[in-house]
Design a protein around this ligand. Sequence first.
Ligand code: TPP
Ligand code: MG
Length: 562
Amino acid sequence: MSDATVSPEPASTTPTEGHGGDHAVAVAAAHGVDTMFTLSGAHVFPMYDGAVNAEPTMRILDVRHEQTAVFAAEAVGKLTRVPGLAVLTAGPGVTNGISPITQAQFSGSPLVVVGGRAPANRWGMGSLQELDHPPLLAPVTKSARTVDQVADLAAAVHDAFTLAGSSHRGPTFLDVPMDQFFDKATVERPAVGPRDRVEPDGDALRTVGALLAGASRPVLVIGTDVWADGAEQAALRFVEETGIPAVTNGMGRGVIPGGHPLLVTKARSKALGTADLVVVVGTPLDFRLGYGVFGGKDGAPAARVVHLADSPAQVSGHAELAASASGDLTAVLEGVQAALESAPSKPEWAAWVSDLQGAVAAAVERDRELLQADADPIHPARIYGELVPRLEDDSVVIGDGGDFVSFAGKFVEPKRPGGWLDPGPYGCLGAGLGSAIAARLTRPSSQVVLLLGDGAAGMSLMDVDTLVRHDLPVVMVCGNNSAWGLEKQPMQMLYGYDVAADLAPQTRYDEVVKALGGGGETVTDPREIGPALDRAFAAGTPYLVNVITDVNAAYPRNTFGV
Ligand SMILES: Cc1ncc(C[n+]2csc(CCOP(=O)(O)OP(=O)(O)O)c2C)c(N)n1
Ligand SMILES: [Mg+2]
């Protein structure tokens, strides 16, 4: 899988004979796909036959639960910015994929899902797994359709990839009746061209430039779509050349490298609370950003808000905006920068920046104590105190869990973009193993670290079997507080008691991994975390470090996301 936005190989434009799977695989390959993620089912056998007979063959990565197949394909889309491909059998295969498909819709991840479907010539007679999928999928995809004729399949797959990979990105779904899938047709396979880029409106960019030129305490918020749209270099230039302080979230993390003097994520609350202008680029103004209401902290007036998005429909409809612009995000950022630089007066932000840098330094100092905590039982922060210094610049870090992953968000500041995967605004537990499979495949020489809450671990750990069968070594770290911690603490706060929040004490998830053919160990002494991580990185097999942590060391949060 290449990190490309344009297919390297146009498909053949001379008519080609083949069954449905041959055509679908050829078109997917022309769009840059080299792996399909799947779990077996006869309804989709033509896809496998197409993959086996393709030249070159397409890799079939078979998993133990369809959610893992779709989470893996979604993560391929996030990591490579080429839509990932999941192939799900009819009925339960498709319905098992619905949560991760929805997650892709919420995160704007490019993803194509091909489903099997009961045969058309028996429709209504009650054949096995006969379910009409598109009505279920329509609300959570960019498009969901049945391809009724094998002769239409190549064009339909082409459309599905084009739509999934175009701003604002997201999942597309199609299913194919079994009798048509196995049938043959001679068709022209569509050629794949470069992706359309939408030019932003020049006046809108000039308005944003003027607002910035008049601001005394601006902040730039950089979100997932900056990475997804390939605008990470434009964003870094914007920050470095204008001197604006920046906060990152989602896959925007790493666009401004950890430790950069203009990265003020660690002083986020002060930055967003006392700014006079907040420019948000490439992420919705949702609960993660206080619904787009900024300023007001320590007596500061409300901030003006600018929303820059990859497409018009992404511009916030609920927030009160001083200005907005949409289109190709490189063009948006370059246009705003040019407008700012040609403004008659140069804004002076140095004092504001140094104020925020002071707050960052204070936060780093406060964090130091937690990161070195030698409490017994182990404080989860200590795990990050040991992990972060061991991370290489190109590592891929994946979070799947509650509080344990919130701590990761606080302490892990990626050095490069495209190396941080979290569930995004849908917040679906269970993405971990699928994401790790995708990361290992697409970043073969990088460290891949999967951070698992013990609750989240239970949702996908069986797919360690997939890591083992396909020889995909990753390091898993389980923050094992024997509870659904992120739910236990709020329930205690609201009711003074909790139910349905405890898990069995100190479960040996490392033994589960060993039973499936990987390695692992349990750690109860904080001094043993570092050496255990070293063994995990050196193992060359899937390896889980099961760290028993303090259930009372809850993440200090001030919002439950509603
Ligand atoms: C599929 C799904 N089910 C339930 C939830 C609700 N939920 C959010 S965080 C959380 C607790 C996670 O526990 P764990 O993975 O052990 O992490 P911890 O908070 O204990 O660190 C739960 C149940 C969810 N987000 N997704
Ligand atoms: Mg837990």
